[in-house]
Design a binder for this molecule. Sequence first.
Ligand SMILES: Nc1ncnc2c1ncn2[C@@H]1O[C@H](COP(=O)(O)OP(=O)(O)OP(=O)(O)O)[C@@H](O)[C@H]1O
Ligand SMILES: [Mg+2]
Length: 254
Amino acid sequence: MAEPLVIEARDIVKSFRIPSVRRETVREHVLGFFRPPRVETLEVLRQVSLEVHRGETVGIMGRNGSGKSTLLKILCGIYQADAGSVVVRAPVTPLLELGVGWNPELHAVDNVMILATIMGMTLREARASIEEIFAFAGLEKFANLELKYFSSGMSARLAYAVAFTAVRDVLVLDEIFAVGDAGFKARCEERYRALSAAGHTVILVSHDPTLISTFCDRALLLEGGQIVMNDTAEDVAKTYLSVSSHAAEDGAFG
Ligand SMILES: Nc1ncnc2c1ncn2[C@@H]1O[C@H](COP(=O)(O)OP(=O)(O)OP(=O)(O)O)[C@@H](O)[C@H]1O
Ligand SMILES: [Mg+2]
């Protein structure tokens, strides 16, 4: 029997209103000063539906601007959809943007405490996990250094280590990964396997076909705000590779 659904999204629609500032002539620039900016609506997700079962590892691929991060933010409750419904039946730990929750003036160890509690740990759990988090990140020596002295790769490793440790049920990761070195990537891959073996649900956005086909059971391909493919991770990774290389030849995004 199939595992129960932990995420059930139906017909999600999301648009953003963005200022349209196309001023080509001097006259337009001068007049633009006095007129309110024109606004246009950008339809980012169109009737997106997806279901994720407990314990699944689902990849999401798609070219730049296809709507992946917006979809994750809606699933995690950071954005609200304009239409459609989202039901999430398990606690979700999101790692969507690096830097959210970090304070560069504080020591790394205090930042970890803050991020861990934002991600749902109690203070007591966070305190008890500090060593494990710094060990996973390979940054034990830097625990008492202010975060402003960390390289972007070091901060990313620390954020990953917190998310991997804090996760209770569903882990949602937006690709931010390219930052880690080979050793850290190997540790993350090992952790994906362990999470999956322990029955966690993982949703992973990535442009990396190897990562998606190695770790995901299934993947979705987003194109222009719509899911155009929902298949095995290998097939989606292969299709994404050919779509994005054609797009590169055509000079499109991705
Ligand atoms: N807060 C926002 N306000 C206005 N427009 C936005 C906002 N967030 C995203 N967009 C627009 O929505 C579209 C989809 O963005 P999104 O970040 O979801 O793409 P993505 O698939 O994650 O791309 P990438 O691969 O580059 O991360 C883009 O055109 C982007 O400019
Ligand atoms: Mg994105």
